[in-house]
Design a protein around this ligand. Structure first.
Ligand code: AMP
Ligand code: ZN
Length: 151
């Protein structure tokens, strides 16, 4: 039989494929807005992703109510991780929005990562030491943007 040609266009979104049941996953939770499944390359055992059903590549495209649901589900799952029979002394919630922030899959997702002391997971960063004037000026710039957003 001749090889099937790939469909034209960009490859399908892997998380939409999981939600549609066309790609395998290890699910832990679903409701009408949000699903959660294990990360295929976990940084610790139990590392999972909370994902909105509706495709949104970036936070700018995410419905705010769905964003609230995303956090509520991540909160609930974080508490479940402490209760589960898994090593879990702490939890990180992590969301990468945009390539510069390290986003690799263009469908918004919130990582929930169980942590134990010495597990080796680190985010490399060194804190800067701006003076108060610079902190205040930066805060002012963000307040202006927020005020424009709220109207
Ligand atoms: P990010 O860098 O925040 O975009 O993270 C994307 C995450 O999605 C990575 O941790 C990947 O391991 C994970 N991932 C990619 N494809 C799949 C998949 N098919 N099933 C589960 N996790 C996936
Ligand atoms: Zn998608």
């Amino acid at each position: 039989m001749p090889a099937m040609a790939s469909p034209p266009g960009p490859p399908p979104c892997p998380f939409c494929e999981i939600i549609a049941g066309r790609l395998e996953s290890s699910p832990v939770y679903e409701d009408d807005q949000v699903v959660a499944f294990l990360d295929i390359n976990p940084v610790t055992r139990g590392h999972l992703l909370v994902v909105p059903r509706a495709h949104a590549a970036r936070l700018s495209a995410l419905d705010p109510g769905t964003g609230a649901s995303l956090f509520a589900v991540a909160h609930r799952i974080a508490l479940a991780l402490y209760a589960a029979d898994l090593p879990c002394e702490g939890v990180n919630l992590f969301l990468a929005d945009g390539e510069a922030a390290g986003q690799e899959v263009d469908h918004v997702h919130l990582h929930v990562i169980p942590r134990v002391t010495g597990d080796g997971f680190r985010i490399e960063a060194s804190g800067q030491q701006p003076g108060r004037p610079e902190l205040d000026a930066t805060a002012g710039q963000i307040r202006i943007a927020l005020a424009a957003d709220i109207g």
